[in-house]
Design a protein around this ligand. Structure first.
Ligand SMILES: [Zn+2]
Ligand SMILES: [Zn+2]
Length: 340
């Protein structure tokens, strides 16, 4: 079978691999049907991921059909459609014991620390798969994992009905967070430097948009909220500057959520946090969010299709990656589709 491997940073290759074989009774073998390319895949490819190891078969957003199941498998059966939850944790460290296995001390992310889903067949223990309705389109289902990130972010930011939420960045992350915050009843402001992306955000329910390349976004947030500031600010642009803006624009008793991997410092005066008693939190991956997101998908409450900008056959991966690199601002979610 074929697998897409980052051999060393900068070198992406389709390699021939042995078919995975079920060795333990609780494992399932999945024929991968569709996968999404994420910003973190690009980071691993470029050698800028602070966590990845090489060589690595990348891919953590993927769905497929169960083609074989071990004798003890009872969550799914052959023929079932599934999405893979791409985190593996120890279950006994401090984070795991406190319901936060996504930041387990011994965390392994599929496609980052161990081989991922950009391969024709994938083997995993049954506890890492979630059953999907066969009526859900494969392409749409790929977006379940990215939306679990949005579910996590809005949970970490404690988004409540009526809250004014400012989302910085209208890429795939920002747009899925926007949809999730709307689902939770928030009033959403979205900022980006690309008008196209703001138009998409409007179509997905943004109440206000800010073109940050033209106006000071912090001033604009105060103007829209009549001096209050945003109750929740979610920095999905993940730059040192946007973290500073997020703190500046938060209202009294507001929450600021960061999700970036940038190691450069931001300049933030502690008084900005103290005077309004802000809660500043990180959000990474997700914890126990798959069931609720799958339900939203199956009930049609989210619009995953509108996030997909391009699809390529798996063996045309080079074109997909070239497109993302050369026209990042024109792409949203780019998918790889596997042969039947
Ligand atoms: Zn991702
Ligand atoms: Zn743990």
């Amino acid at each position: 079978m074929k697998a897409l491997q980052v051999v060393i940073p900068g070198e992406l290759q389709l390699v021939e691999r042995e078919m995975p074989v079920i060795e333990n009774s609780n494992e399932v073998l999945i024929k991968v049907k569709a996968a999404g390319i994420c910003g973190s895949d690009i980071h691993i490819y470029h050698g800028t991921s602070p966590v990845a190891t090489y060589p690595r078969v990348i891919g953590h957003e993927f769905v497929g059909e169960v083609v074989e199941a071990g004798t003890a498998v009872d969550r799914v059966k052959v023929g079932d459609h599934v999405v893979v939850e791409p985190i593996v944790y120890c279950g006994h460290c401090y984070a795991c014991r406190n319901g936060r296995p996504n930041v387990c001390e011994n965390l392994e992310v599929i496609g980052v620390h161990r081989d991922g889903g950009f391969q024709e067949y994938f083997k995993i223990t049954q506890d890492r798969v979630h059953l999907l309705s066969p009526s859900l389109d494969w392409k749409e289902a790929v977006l379940i994992e990215p939306f679990t990130i949005a579910a996590q972010v809005t949970w970490r930011g404690d988004v409540r009905p009526g809250d004014v939420v400012w989302i910085i960045g209208a890429g795939p992350a920002g747009l899925s967070i926007l949809q999730y915050a709307k689902l939770k009843g928030a009033v959403c402001i979205v900022a980006d430097v690309e008008q196209d992306k703001l138009d998409t955000a409007k179509g997905l329910g943004a109440d206000h948009v800010i073109l940050s390349s033209e106006v000071d976004p912090v001033e604009k947030v105060y103007e829209i909220t009549e001096g209050m500031g945003a109750n929740v600010v979610i920095d999905a642009a993940c730059l040192p500057k946007t973290f500073e803006q997020a703190i500046q624009a938060a209202s009294a008793a507001g929450r600021v959520v960061v999700m970036g991997f940038d190691s450069r410092p931001s300049a933030i005066a502690q008084f900005l946090i103290t005077r309004r008693e802000l809660t500043v939190v990180g959000s990474r991956l997700q914890t126990y969010k798959f069931p609720e997101v799958i339900e939203h998908f199956q009930e049609g409450r989210l619009k995953p299709v509108e996030m997909i900008s391009h699809t390529f056959a798996f063996d045309k991966f080079k074109e997909a990656f070239d497109l993302i690199e050369s026209k990042a601002e024109k792409t949203s979610k780019v998918l790889l589709i596997f042969e039947d």
